[in-house]
Design a binder for this molecule. Structure first.
Ligand code: MF3
Ligand code: CO
Length: 285
């Protein structure tokens, strides 16, 4: 079912640009197109880029201190201190009641793990650190995997590597005037070839003026085209790749922590990208 939404319209009295004509042609053919607000101005993209620079600095600071024996609350403190020292705000803090500044997700935790003084990193753990930053009102969002102590089992290392490849392959599949659905199709093919599954319950998202905007960026093959990819759109790709089943559940006690149903490991990498006329450009390098 493809409900027709007339997302794109040219305000009265405003001239039609080439971009308007092109998007309207897709819309008239029944394609799902973005709203105009989702196509960022050059000024907005610069703002998101600056936010992304701080976000990358946070992840680099985490990379420096992560080692066996520290707690995930130690990571949270580094994230809070670095972010605020750079005039920015950690986006997760108090977001829909989230209590900390960063998500830390170890082994079978898929995402949205809450940092805690009681959670100590052990040699061989694989941990995702998901950092999101607000600078001057602009949002950026990226995450990396860390192998605690630098060495883990071959299976977990492969999961970490394939998850990263999935992000790269998904980003390459996203073409200007292509569709969001191309991304998940490419990611799922690579994950399945390697014997892994793709989480369906959580997705990437538009980002920039808010934490979570349209479109939803699925990482599996939805068998739908999804939204048209117009230059100027800013969104994340953040595949969560599982060793076993794709199914997940949310911890009832904290209402946040997402865990694999079979409690086998999961890995995730994330970047914020802007669509250009030539393809995606990373804003969180
Ligand atoms: N950073 C996550 C994302 O990639 C969102 C986390 S929401 C939070 O979209 F509240 F848990 F921080
Ligand atoms: Co995100």
């Amino acid at each position: 079912m493809n409900k027709k939404k007339n997302n794109w319209y040219v305000p009265q009295g405003q001239p039609f640009t080439e971009l308007d004509k092109k998007v309207l042609a897709f819309q008239n053919r029944g394609c799902l197109v973005p709203t105009r607000r989702l196509v960022k101005t050059a000024e907005q993209i610069e703002g998101i880029r600056r936010s992304g620079v701080v976000n990358t600095g946070v992840l680099d600071a985490v990379a420096e201190m992560i080692k066996p024996g520290i707690s995930t609350a130690d990571i949270d403190r580094v994230v809070y201190d670095y972010t605020t020292a750079h005039g920015a705000i950690p986006a997760p803090l108090n977001y829909e009641g989230f209590p900390k500044s960063v998500c830390t997700s170890i082994n079978e935790v898929v995402c949205h793990g809450i940092p805690s003084d009681d959670e100590i990193l052990e040699e061989g753990d694989i941990v995702n650190v998901d950092v999101s930053t607000i600078l001057d009102g602009y949002y950026s969002d990226a995450s990396r995997m860390f192998v605690v102590g630098g060495k883990t089992s071959p299976e977990k290392q492969k999961l970490v590597d394939v998850a990263r490849e999935c992000l790269e392959i998904g980003a390459e599949a996203a073409k200007p005037w292509g569709f969001v659905g191309d991304i998940g199709k490419a990611i799922a093919r690579h994950a399945h070839r390697n014997g892994f599954s793709v989480v369906r319950a959580l997705c990437g998202h538009g980002v920039g003026l808010e934490f979570h905007e349209e479109p939803e960026v699925d990482h599996y093959d939805t068998r739908r085209k999804g939204m048209l990819l117009v230059p100027g759109m800013v969104f994340t790709i953040e595949p969560m790749i599982n060793m076993g089943t794709y199914e997940v559940f949310i911890d009832e006690e904290d209402g946040w922590t997402v865990v694999t149903e079979d409690e086998l490991p999961s890995a995730q990498w994330e970047h914020t990208f802007v669509m250009t006329e030539h393809g995606l450009e990373i804003l969180t390098h």
